[in-house]
Design a protein. Structure first.
Ligand code: SF4
Ligand code: SF4
Length: 377
């Protein structure tokens, strides 16, 4: 049972401002001050967010009383290939980097697919409970980029989880790959508090297609497009906190301007959002339903449906970096291959339920994204 007073807006620390290769700690401090002054208090870091735990130590932990903020970190030993005793050290490393004796929230980072097997193999679920009993953190949960079925299984297998972190956004609400609505409904069925990640879809919904932007601006020209995405998530029942991965003071100020005092959408605002979604639906996209029949026959294990999703992201938002990130997620998270490794055997097209020219789309991905960005996790 989580009985804490958490602000609805959380500061996601994955995309902190940078000076060259280094995190810009001075700007981070200004962002932290604005955030705290506005009455918000939840910070989300992770062992895997390079430099983030150290940065928040300097910008927050060493400057504010311990009882004035909540801080979450996450265990993702699968990223670093840590097994056995090595895997168990990650929590202590995170605490040391952040300069803390305990975290308020701790997460199994990105369960689902083969990654669940990693946590099972190292029995990190029971280990995490022991660490909670040893007061290394107060609340245990997990994050997931999972299908609704996987999420159902995880929540059924792990009733000890106190909260779940999900990617929910209005654009992916009905998307067959991301399954935002279905995952939300599973979490609600299990009556578990939800923390929302990626409400702005890695920044893509800050600059949506022109027709969508028009709906928003016609209604309220003073509000940013990102505000609709963040408030959509905050408006959902059962959501404890919405994380926004802010990268500069301007983004922080924008987020605070509409989240401070936000108590929910009006019916009029919900209607605007529904119209914006209708506009999104009109855009010509690859009609992949993520049924993954193709995945069962591909001899190379290409991340076909995820690649289709990445191409669609590009068609919608024309943001190459963010779309490439989606392609990388498809390979890194699911242990699959990039489009460039397709041998063009055509087996996938024989079984495609939507009769798609998969090979042509994969070539489109190679032309768009190149060989993928290996630095992505
Ligand atoms: S054409 Fe490419 S993606 Fe399709 S089954 Fe063959 S290797 Fe896999
Ligand atoms: S079989 Fe076709 S529709 Fe189904 S996931 Fe593959 S590409 Fe998409």
């Amino acid at each position: 049972m989580i009985n804490e007073t958490i602000g609805k807006l959380g500061f996601g620390l994955m995309r902190l401002p940078k000076n060259g290769e280094e995190i810009d700690v001075e700007q981070t401090k200004r962002m932290v001050d604005l955030f705290m002054d506005a009455g918000f208090n939840y910070f989300d870091t992770a062992w895997a967010y390079e430099g983030s735990e150290e940065a928040i130590r300097k910008a927050l932990v060493e400057r504010y009383p311990r009882d004035s903020f909540y801080i979450a970190s996450k265990h993702a030993g699968w990223i670093a290939g840590k097994e056995g005793d090595e895997a168990l050290k990650l929590l202590d490393e995170s605490l040391e980097r952040a300069g803390l004796e305990y975290f308020d929230f701790y997460l199994i980072h990105n369960a689902g697919e083969w990654r669940t097997g990693y946590f099972d193999r190292n029995d990190l679920w029971s280990w995490a409970l022991e660490q909670k009993q040893a007061s290394k953190f107060k609340h245990l949960g997990f994050s997931a980029h999972a299908t609704a079925e996987e999420l159902e299984q995880l929540l059924t297998d792990h009733p000890e989880m106190e909260f779940v972190q999900l990617q929910l956004n209005y654009a992916d609400w009905e998307n067959p790959v991301i399954q935002s609505r279905r995952c939300y409904e599973v979490a609600r069925k299990h009556n578990i508090p939800i923390i929302v990640m990626e409400p702005v879809k890695g920044g893509m919904l800050a600059t949506p297609p022109a027709s969508v932007e028009k709906e928003f601006h016609d209604f309220a020209p003073e509000l940013s497009c990102a505000s609709w995405a963040v408030r959509f998530a905050a408006d959902l029942e059962g959501v404890m906190c919405v994380l926004s991965g802010m990268s500069n003071v301007e983004q922080m100020e924008d987020n605070l301007s509409y989240m401070k005092g936000f108590t929910g959408f009006t019916e009029e605002e919900r209607a605007v959002l529904a119209k914006a979604r209708e506009e999104l639906d009109k855009i010509d996209l690859i009609s992949c339903t993520a049924c993954d029949y193709c995945a069962k026959v591909c001899p190379v294990n290409v991340a076909i449906s995820r690649t289709m999703y990445a191409i669609n992201c590009y068609r919608l938002y024309e943001n190459l970096e963010s779309a490439r990130h989606q392609e990388n997620l498809g390979t890194a998270l699911y242990g699959k291959k990039f489009a460039r490794e397709c041998i063009k055997c055509g087996k996938c097209e024989e079984v495609c339920t939507q009769h798609l020219k998969i090979r042509e789309h994969l070539q489109e991905a190679v032309d768009l994204f190149g060989s993928g960005a290996p630095e992505e996790k």
